[in-house]
Design a protein around this ligand. Structure first.
Ligand SMILES: Nc1ccn([C@@H]2O[C@H](COP(=O)(O)OP(=O)(O)OP(=O)(O)O)[C@@H](O)[C@H]2O)c(=O)n1
Ligand SMILES: C[C@](O)(CO)[C@H](O)COP(=O)(O)O
Length: 221
């Protein structure tokens, strides 16, 4: 399932983020292509803004298209109605467009090995501070056990369905699985699975894509 119904406020492109162009094709098209390249997925369901449903169906004739919701979790819940009899489900942000196939493989392998919920994640590189409303540091957080979580997040289908029967107040799907009492397994993420959130991220993705496809020298010149 690919939640792609966000507005992209932080990107500020004036177009819903998944429909912004990255190297001549939309972020969503490139994401669907990346999912296909992993070779692990039988059915793709995308959640998009209501006004873009027909456009998306024409753009991506091989995927199922649903109307997304006001929050990311509402979009995932809508997509969940269209997954049919899948046993393993991946939820993958359209905005993590350059995610390498190996990340999909690690997530699926861990679910197939018995984990009901799996997230790819990276250690945190920066020092972390807890601050008050005035911007003063309260304390320094021990970053050792912390991880920055990415997508695709993988689930045994019954775990994700159970997670979505309860509250949908969480910033990721594994957070809902946690609330439903499921253990969540971490596997190695990848720097290329970064989320295109800001204009800087979009530029970075353009440069990386250019370097990967040979349309841009790797020195950026
Ligand atoms: N109501 C929403 C909000 C987000 N998403 C999707 O969830 C993913 C992660 O969300 P994010 O990167 O935060 O996208 P936006 O919500 O569009 O960004 P912003 O908060 O800057 O508006 C994106 O692929 C986005 O399209 C969604 O399907 N439905
Ligand atoms: C799902 C997610 O990408 C995992 O890191 C993240 O929580 C989405 O957050 P956003 O604020 O909706 O972009």
């Amino acid at each position: 399932m690919i939640p792609a119904a966000g507005s992209g406020t932080r990107l500020g492109a004036g177009t819903p983020k998944a429909f912004v162009e990255l190297g001549g094709r939309t972020i969503l098209e490139r994401c669907v292509e990346g999912v296909g390249a992993a070779g692990l997925v039988d059915v793709v369901v995308v959640a998009v803004p209501e006004e873009l449903v027909d456009h998306t169906a024409a753009l991506l004739p091989d995927v199922r298209v649903v109307v997304g919701g006001a929050e990311r979790s509402h979009s995932v819940r809508a997509a969940l109605t269209e997954i049919g009899d899948a046993d393993v489900v991946l939820v993958h942000d359209a905005a993590r467009t350059l995610t390498p196939p190996a990340v999909f493989g690690r997530v699926v392998d861990a679910v197939r090995a018995g984990a009901p919920a799996v997230v790819p994640a990276l250690p945190v590189a920066d020092t972390l501070k807890r601050v008050d409303d005035g911007g003063r540091v309260i304390s320094t957080v021990d970053r050792g056990p912390l991880r920055a979580v990415q997508t695709p997040q993988g689930f045994a289908v019954e775990a994700l369905r159970a997670a979505y029967r309860g509250s949908t107040v969480a910033t990721d799907d594994a957070g809902l699985a946690e609330l439903a009492g499921y253990p969540v397994q971490v596997v190695a993420g990848d720097a290329l699975a970064f989320k295109i959130t800001t204009a800087f991220d979009l530029r970075l993705a353009e440069l990386l894509l250019g370097a990967m496809t040979g349309t841009l020298p790797t020195n950026g010149g």
